[in-house]
Design a protein around this ligand. Structure first.
Ligand code: FO1
Length: 320
C-alpha cells in the first residue's frame, strides 16, 4: 500500500461488511466511506438515513449481526405502542435506533447539514474513519414497477421487493452536489476507489449520478475497483439479482462488470465465478478472483486488503 486515501462507495448491509474489513485493513486516517443517501426518507416526521446508519452501526460494533441493519440488543417498545395506536408498522424503528433519528431530525431543523451530523454521530460512536454522506441535498430513489411508482423503502420493505421493476429515478439528483469533503479528498491523489458489493442500481448508481461525480472519480487518477455483489448467479443480500433479471440480463458477475464497464478499471469476482473471468477481462476490465463471501470478520479483512492490493497493482498500470 502506498499510503494515500482509500475511498469506498457503499450502500447498506452488503457494503458495510467490506467497509468493516477496510476499517481493519487501512489506517483510519486514510479511510473515507461514502454512503448512499438516496434511500433516505421521512417517516413519522423523522429523517431516516438507512445506509449511512448501517455503516455507522457496523463500524462502531453496534449493528444487529443478524439483520445487518439497526442496533444489536434492540428493544421495540415504540413500535409496539405505535402499532397499538393504529400507526404504520411496516418500517421497524427500534427504541435505540429512534434516538439517532430524533437527534438527526432536530439538528437538521436547527440548520446543521447531514455531513456535520454524521461526523458528530461517528465521533460519539467512537468511529475513527471518515463517513461522508454522498451529498447534503435530499435525493430520493423512486422505483417504477408494473404496479406503479413506489418510494424506495415502500418497494424494499413494505412490498418486500416483489413488484417487477421497470426503472429507477433519483429525485433531486440534478440539484445535488458532490459532498465537498469528498471532492477535496479526490483532489488529494487518493490511492484507490473501491465500490463495495452493494446493489449497483439503487445503492451505487445514485452516488455516481450526482452531477460531476463520475468525472471527479475518474479524473482523480486512482484506480476504481468494484467488488461484485452477485456470486454464482445470486445476490448475497437483497434484490440485485432480481433487478438484473428484470432489466433483461442474466444475473451474473459478468452483468455487474458490464454495468461498471467504462467506469471501473477492475472488478473482484468470487471464486465460484472463475469461469466468467475471461469474459470479464474481454470487456477491458482487470479481474481478480477472490473468496468474496464475508461470513466473519477475518474474511472481511482478507477481502478488503486483497481488494486494495489489487487496486494498487492496477493503479501502477493506469494511463488516463
Ligand atoms: N429493512 C427491512 O427489511 N425492514 C425494516 O423494517 C427496516 C427498518 C430499518 C430501520 C432503520 C434502518 O437504518 C434500516 C432499516 N431497514 C429495514 C434496512 C433498510 O431498509 C435497507 O437496508 C436499505 O435501505 C437498503 O440498503
Amino acid at each position: 500500500m502506498s499510503g494515500g486515501r482509500v475511498i469506498v462507495i457503499s450502500g447498506g448491509v452488503g457494503g458495510a461488511k467490506l467497509v468493516l474489513g477496510l476499517a481493519h485493513a487501512v489506517p483510519a486516517e486514510r479511510l473515507i466511506v461514502v454512503t448512499n443517501t438516496a434511500d433516505d426518507f421521512d417517516h413519522f416526521g423523522l429523517r431516516i438515513c438507512p445506509d449511512t446508519d448501517t455503516v455507522l452501526y457496523t463500524l462502531s460494533g453496534l449493528a444487529d449481526p443478524g439483520k445487518g441493519w439497526g442496533r444489536v440488543d434492540e428493544t421495540w417498545t415504540f413500535m409496539g405502542a405505535m402499532k397499538a395506536l393504529g400507526g404504520a408498522d411496516w418500517f421497524s424503528l427500534g427504541d435505540g435506533d429512534l434516538a439517532l433519528h430524533v437527534l438527526r431530525t432536530e439538528r437538521l431543523r436547527a440548520g446543521a447539514n447531514l455531513t456535520e451530523i454524521t461526523r458528530d454521530v461517528a465521533t460519539a460512536m467512537g468511529i475513527d474513519a471518515t463517513v461522508l454522506p454522498m451529498c447534503d441535498q435530499p435525493v430520493s430513489t423512486k422505483v417504477d414497477t408494473t404496479q406503479g411508482r413506489l418510494a424506495f423503502q415502500e418497494y424494499f420493505v413494505r412490498e418486500r421487493c416483489v413488484p417487477r421493476v421497470t426503472g429507477f429515478e433519483f429525485n433531486g439528483i440534478d440539484t445535488a452536489r458532490v459532498n465537498p469533503a469528498l471532492a477535496a479528498a479526490l483532489a488529494d491523489r487518493p490511492e484507490a476507489i473501491i465500490i463495495a458489493p452493494s446493489n449497483p442500481f439503487v445503492s451505487v448508481d445514485p452516488i455516481l449520478a450526482i452531477p460531476g461525480m463520475r468525472d471527479l472519480l475518474r479524473g482523480c487518477g486512482a484506480p476504481i475497483v468494484a467488488v461484485s455483489p452477485i456470486v454464482g448467479g445470486t445476490a448475497i443480500k437483497g434484490p440485485a439479482a432480481k433487478m438484473f433479471s428484470e432489466a433483461g440480463h442474466d444475473p451474473t458477475a459478468l452483468a455487474v462488470a458490464r454495468h461498471y464497464q467504462g467506469f471501473a478499471d477492475g472488478i473482484v469476482i468470487d471464486e465460484l465465478d472463475t469461469g466468467l473471468a475471461s469474459d470479464v477481462a474481454a470487456l477491458g476490465l482487470g479481474v481478480e478472483v477472490l473468496p468474496t463471501i464475508m461470513c466473519d470478520l477475518q474474511t472481511r479483512i482478507d477481502l478488503a486488503s486483497q481488494t486494495v492490493a489489487f487496486a494498487s497493482r492496477l493503479g501502477g498500470g493506469l494511463e488516463r
